[in-house]
Design a protein around this ligand. Structure first.
Ligand code: PLP
Length: 395
């Protein structure tokens, strides 16, 4: 299918970027496992490097399998182009390295994914980059943190693992008024549930390790930009610095993306059911899920997202020790970091994914020691609730 523009999102997931091979008729996009591409003569080689011939030259600079995936994700996010990256952190690095120079300031969500915050504080700080990490669930905090040298506002919504939301449209307006760009990590929501570029963001990025690939078998990332000039800047950094994607990796993710709609529908239904089950359980002290009426930003969730996603955070009465017993007692859920796969995973952010954030900062960001994060997969909801029931009985 060459023109997917008029299709609905659920159909575009399957057809965007997908082309029948003109040589063989292969329906699945082939894996072009090659590092380089032959030119028919020196003029063609020169034209490709000169930019007058769009053909392929060298896989770091572009590859047909990777391009199919990039076209798909750019289409799903409504961007002008996408850059597939070897990991989600490679995508984050491409955004930082493209947009920040010496002395630049970043305003970020306080509960940003641990490494996204850590590389700013520990690595980019060597070049004079500073960061203010604030509770972006209140857009007023973003306004207060802006400085003349702020170049980038970087938010996660829902945030990992607190599931706090940002009002993306309000924050985009603040960023732009101060001459900064807004990047949104859309890993938790996916383009199916939340559309940051339509809400005013300039850049969207994902750890495709999670929902987009969906099978816990690949690490991958992607950056999508709205504006062609910004995209050209990001692309230049990406292909020259080189955190690009391998064709085989791209083929796996492209294959995974096709079932995103089906997987997310099931995982999200499971999340709502598990969230309701936990909320009613006497051993659970609190539950956060965007589509539960008890979520403090439930109205924003309903306005900004078309579904609550597949992650639930909760606290067990008895704090960390009780949570530990629970996590060591589950039998169907797997104790592992990551999320967005077909299998349910459970983890303890304070000692695992967010251990690199100092305790005081963690607590300020409400990543409390009792917080347990469960990332729902596609199993039967009753089996998941029964598993949690037997584990909570031990906690
Ligand atoms: C929200 C979010 N962003 C970025 C990343 C980094 O992605 P990766 O592990 O694919 O490098 C993660 C990883 O867990 C994440 O959860």
């Amino acid at each position: 299918m060459s023109d997917v523009k008029n299709l609905r999102l659920a159909s575009r997931i399957i057809h965007a970027g997908q082309r029948t091979c003109p040589l063989t008729g292969a329906v699945a996009t082939p894996i072009y496992q090659t590092s380089t591409f032959a030119f028919k003569d020196t003029d063609e080689g020169a034209a490709r490097f000169g930019g007058t011939d769009p053909g392929y030259k060298y896989t770091r600079l572009g590859n047909p399998t990777v391009a199919a995936l990039e076209e798909c994700i750019a289409d799903l996010e409504g961007g002008c182009g996408a850059l597939a990256a070897s990991t989600g952190m490679a995508a984050v690095h491409t955004v930082y390295f493209s947009l920040l120079g010496a002395g630049a300031h970043v305003v970020g969500t306080d509960a940003l994914y641990g490494a996204s915050r850590m590389i700013l504080e520990k690595e980019y700080s060597r070049f004079g980059v500073t960061g203010s990490f604030v509770d972006t669930s209140d857009a007023g905090n973003v306004e207060k943190a802006m400085r003349p040298e702020t170049k980038l506002v970087f938010v996660e919504s829902p945030a990992n693992p607190t599931l706090k939301l940002c009002d993306i449209a309000a924050i985009a307006e603040i960023a732009h008024r101060h001459g900064a760009l807004l990047a949104v990590d859309n890993t938790f929501a996916t383009p199916l549930l939340q559309r940051p570029l339509e809400l005013g963001a300039d850049v969207v990025l994902h750890s495709m390790t999670k929902f987009l690939n969906g099978h816990s078998d690949v690490v991958a990332g992607v950056v999508v930009a709205k504006d062609p000039v910004l995209f050209a800047r990001l692309r230049s950094v990406h292909v020259n610095v080189g955190p690009t994607m391998d064709p085989h990796q791209a083929w796996l993710v492209f294959r995974g993306v096709k079932t995103l709609g089906l997987r997310l529908e099931k995982a999200q239904a499971n999340a709502l059911e598990v969230a309701r089950f936990l909320e009613a359980h006497p051993k659970v002290s609190w539950v956060r899920y965007p589509f539960l009426p008890s979520h403090p930003q439930h109205d924003l969730a309903r306005r900004q997202m078309s579904g609550g996603g597949a992650i639930v955070s909760f606290g067990v009465k008895g704090g960390l020790d009780a949570g530990r017993t629970l996590m060591n007692s589950v039998k169907l859920a797997t104790l592992a970091v990551s999320l967005g796969g077909v299998e349910t995973l459970i983890e303890h952010p304070a000692s695992m994914t967010h251990a690199s954030v100092p305790r005081a900062e963690r607590e300020k960001a409400e990543i409390t020691d009792d917080l347990v994060r469960i990332a729902l997969g596609c199993e039967d909801a009753l089996d998941l609730c029964e598993d949690l029931e037997q584990a909570l009985a031990k906690a």
